[in-house]
Design a protein. Structure first.
Ligand SMILES: Cc1cc2nc3c(=O)[nH]c(=O)nc-3n(C[C@H](O)[C@H](O)[C@H](O)COP(=O)(O)OP(=O)(O)OC[C@H]3O[C@@H](n4cnc5c(N)ncnc54)[C@H](O)[C@@H]3O)c2cc1C
Ligand code: SF4
Length: 524
């Protein structure tokens, strides 16, 4: 009788996994902690701790539910520390004749697994049906379209899912999109919502200790770890969001605070991406909260657009465009990552705080990622592979299928405009409007040149000037190029010189991504 080894990856921790729904009684379930996956980029220590703790809890729950489970721990002497080799070793050890696995989150692994389809112990890949759409659904939607705009994809998703829809097929609230209501900065005084402190049980404690012991040079401190590692904890995070943060999620979605990392955001990407929550259940919970009068339509729609729209859209893009997508560099960027991305050691307050919060929590909210660190990298021309590796390493929710389109496509405009109709570039004015950072900064967002001028201002115009050949023809950039053209030559020259001087003194992280044992990064 056929006997499968069901490989459950660290971001597939769900009983709803298709491979776990209908399997023979003789199946063996394998979860593998392997050093190769924990260190191919220098992941934040919270991210490694999260995976180890959540996998160990899930293995225990599977055992309690009656499954035969093998959990390869990092400390196991026989562990091969390569995912493919370890699964095949276990399949041989348990006399399994094939390996069953759900589509992984990275093309790299998918390709390696596909290439083993005809090996002695063949690998069989199963589609992941926990998303609203499969890559095939997305490919069908994309077929024949010149532009793959989120807005059109999102409307289809609303119709298909029925979320926030009226019986007559029209969107609830009379509009598809309430984005224009969702751009308020924070008021001068406000009480930030409390964040839940998740309990650390024995399994989690041990997993965090193992992470800290094996990866001592990775960024972050393990002692302030606070991510949900079980479905129960993930559900409490979702409940808290709906009870205390959802109603203001929309209006303050784009706001940035000098002190508060999470504001009114959901903090659920981590649980969603490793399988502890499903996108369907979170969208339905938010829709229900709106129907019960607990959240206004702009909040519910804003949230559902992120999960039903953006999250599915970037995944569709990833799977239909890879592997070529990863090589794109539409604006020809060549700069290495600035060194301060690893330690926050910069006098630009907005960047300092976004990076410090990232190091502290393995989290930054969307606008910090897009408009602070992302915008700076765009204006400086950081090369896609350097920036993508950083985002993949530092955030606990980072998985390549979601990180890559956001970084390469949305932030760096490196995909030739496939994802965004124009680059998300901004000067210090934007940060000043949306945050309180500038009040604490040694630079002034109002000055463009001179010793106190916000570096983002000259970099912004320098970026536009440098990339005029690629961007000039874009109708959405017409207005801004008009402003540039109306400037006096002397002003343009002074701005160019200011930006060039700034870029010349910017130190890169040589050999970024290579952890040293002193906590820094070096090249060899
Ligand atoms: C450069 C860059 C890199 C990013 N890398 C990742 C990543 O590796 N993993 C990841 O999950 N998200 C990534 N995002 C998207 C977004 O920043 C995070 O999903 C969000 O900050 C997670 O925090 P939250 O749960 O509090 O989100 P909220 O702001 O509360 O949003 C709710 C949910 O919507 C979804 N969502 C929101 N925006 C996006 C988006 N642009 N793409 C996909 N899903 C979205 C997430 O699942 C999120 O949990 C990235 C964004 C940028 C600009
Ligand atoms: S002045 Fe410029 S560098 Fe300083 S916080 Fe404001 S936007 Fe950032």
């Amino acid at each position: 009788m056929s006997k499968p080894l069901i490989l459950v990856l660290g971001d597939q921790l769900s009983f709803a996994l298709p491979t776990l729904r209908q399997t023979p009684d003789n199946a063996v379930v394998a979860l593998c902690e392997v050093a190769e996956e924990a260190s191919y980029v220098p992941h934040h220590i919270h991210k490694i701790g999260l995976f180890l703790a959540a996998m160990r809890h899930f293995a225990q729950q599977l055992r309690e539910a009656g499954w035969q489970v093998h959990h390869s721990a990092l400390d196991d002497p026989d562990n091969t520390h390569s995912l493919i080799d370890e699964a095949e070793r276990l399949a041989r050890a348990y006399h399994c004749d094939h390996i069953l696995v759900v589509r992984p989150g990275e093309w790299r692994l998918w390709d390696a697994m596909q290439s083993r389809a005809n090996s002695t112990i063949p690998w069989q890949l199963v589609e992941d049906d926990r998303f609203f759409t499969t890559p095939d659904d997305f490919a069908q939607w994309a077929q024949g379209r010149k532009q793959l705009r989120l807005e059109y994809f999102y409307r289809e998703q609303r119709k298909r899912s029925g979320l926030l829809m009226q019986a007559d097929g029209k969107p609830l609230g009379g509009q598809w999109n309430f984005d224009h209501d969702n751009r308020e900065p924070l008021p001068d005084t406000f009480t930030p919502p409390q964040q839940r402190q998740h309990s650390i049980d024995g399994i989690t404690r041990e997993a965090l200790d193992v992470a800290a012991r094996h990866f001592p040079a990775h960024i972050g401190r393990i002692d302030n770890f606070n991510w949900p590692v079980t479905r129960q904890q993930a559900l409490t995070e979702l409940d808290d969001f709906i009870a205390y943060r959802l109603s203001d999620f929309g209006r303050y979605q784009d706001a940035i605070s000098d002190t508060e990392p999470y504001l009114f955001h959901a903090r659920i990407s981590v649980a969603l991406n490793i399988g502890l929550l499903s996108p369907r259940e979170v969208c339905h919970a938010v829709e229900q909260a709106h129907l019960e009068g607990l959240a206004p339509i702009n909040a519910a729609e804003g949230f559902i657009r992120q999960v039903l729209g953006w999250r599915e859209y970037v995944r569709g893009l990833y799977w239909t465009q890879m592997p070529e997508y990863k090589t794109r560099n539409g604006l020809g960027f060549q700069r290495e990552l600035p060194a301060f991305f690893w330690d926050g050691n910069t006098d630009m307050r907005c960047l300092k705080r976004a990076i410090e919060m990232t190091i502290d929590n393995s989290y930054a909210h969307h606008i910090q990622r897009l408009m602070v660190t992302g915008n700076f990298a765009l204006l400086c021309g950081v090369k896609p592979e350097a920036l993508c590796d950083w985002y993949l390493a530092v955030y606990a929710d980072a998985s390549e299928w979601v990180e890559l389109p956001n970084t390469l496509g949305m932030v760096l405009h490196a995909d030739g405009g496939l994802m965004g109709s124009k680059p998300y570039c901004a000067s210090g004015k934007y940060i000043d409007k949306m945050s309180d950072h500038c009040q604490h900064c040694r630079y002034s967002p109002k000055q463009v040149t001179g010793p106190k001028a916000c570096p983002l201002n000259s970099l912004y115009w320098h970026f536009l000037e440098t990339h005029r050949p690629e961007l000039n023809h874009n109708p959405r950039m017409k207005l801004i190029y008009g402003s540039l053209d109306r400037m006096k030559d002397e002003k343009r020259d002074a701005m160019r010189e200011q930006a060039t001087q700034f870029l010349d003194q910017l130190t890169s992280a040589p050999g970024y991504g290579q952890p040293t044992h002193t906590g820094g990064y070096y090249s060899d």
